[in-house]
Write a protein that binds this ligand. Structure first.
Ligand SMILES: NC(=O)c1ccc[n+]([C@@H]2O[C@H](COP(=O)([O-])OP(=O)(O)OC[C@H]3O[C@@H](n4cnc5c(N)ncnc54)[C@H](OP(=O)(O)O)[C@@H]3O)[C@@H](O)[C@H]2O)c1
Length: 265
């Protein structure tokens, strides 16, 4: 199976780093023109340079905007009016919090940063995809959507929200040729995860992946492979779900979680 996305434009929200960037580089490697988004010009330029290093000759554009605002999303749709593949990756960082000490403002911020960018960007691009008869919309979510660990409920509820959003949008897209899906992700070695794990390392020479495995098993005892995944392991699934080959898959939630979730389907 050779995935070929030449001629497609892929927009990835929150793609200056992490799984957004990883998705962008993987889509670029499959031939797509990719559009990176983020709040900071210099960071985006560095992200673009890193893609060009990994995929020489890739077609990469970038758009600086704060997609957690309506104005930021409008500016993206105005600057990049055409989109075949939309990967909604942007979400506010996971940070542990005590439920009783989390004020209303934090819930609002989480909702604006982690749910509304997906609503607004999909609203901006879905109709044109349907009119053209082809498109892919993907939401990156987390096992926390289902597990809802009590230390991060303001994150978990946003990850659950994008699952119902994804399912409903798939129904709107119907048989138009546009698919809408979501991916439930476990613990992945992004820059953010690396920072969190490094802060917990018992000694500086402890191997990060070995320590990560211990942390995964502690937080998620049901994990089948009990380890941290690489960005590429997750983005392989992202690229497949954005490709021609996944045409029978819509309204679904796929997993790249190492088996953390126990349910059979
Ligand atoms: N990493 C994991 O282990 C993991 C696990 C489960 C699910 N996920 C999911 O994967 C997706 C990406 O997560 P990630 O860990 O790769 O993300 P990340 O590294 O924390 O962030 C990547 C991007 O998000 C943007 N961003 C972060 N906080 C923001 C804020 N408050 N406002 C606006 N932009 C913000 C950053 O853009 P700027 O340049 O503007 O800062 C950056 O481009 C999310 O949907 C997340 O729920 C990740």
């Amino acid at each position: 199976m050779k995935i070929e996305l030449t001629g497609k434009t892929a927009i990835v929200t929150g793609s200056s780093a992490g799984l957004g960037w990883g998705s962008a580089v993987a889509l670029a490697a499959a031939g797509a023109t990719v559009v990176l988004t983020g709040r900071y010009g210099e960071k985006l330029q560095a992200a673009r340079d890193r893609i060009l290093q990994a995929v020489p000759g890739a077609s990469v554009r970038s758009h600086v905007a704060d997609l957690t605002t309506a104005a930021g999303c409008s500016s993206l749709v105005e600057a990049e009016p055409s989109c075949d593949i939309l990967v909604n990756s942007l979400a506010k960082n996971w940070t542990p919090k005590n439920f009783f000490d989390t004020p209303d403002e934090e819930w609002d911020t989480s909702f604006q940063a982690s749910v509304m960018p997906g609503v607004r960007c999909t609203r901006g691009y879905l109709r044109q995809m349907m009119d053209r008869g082809w498109g892919r919309v993907l939401f990156l979510s987390s096992v926390e959507a289902v597990i809802a660990t009590p230390d991060s409920l303001d994150y978990a509820f946003t990850r659950a929200a994008v699952l119902s959003l994804s399912r409903g949008l798939a129904k709107i897209a119907g048989d138009s040729g546009v698919t809408v899906n979501a991916v439930l992700i476990g613990v992945t070695m992004t820059e953010g995860t690396e920072t969190v794990l490094r802060a917990m390392l018992p000694s500086p020479d402890t191997d990060l992946y070995t320590f990560g495995a211990t942390a995964v098993k502690q937080r998620y005892p049901t994990s089948v492979d009990g380890r941290v995944h690489t960005v590429e392991e997750v983005t392989n699934l992202v690229v497949y779900l954005c490709s021609e080959f996944s045409s029978a898959t819509t309204g679904s939630t796929y997993r790249a979680d190492g088996g953390i979730l126990e349910s059979l389907v």
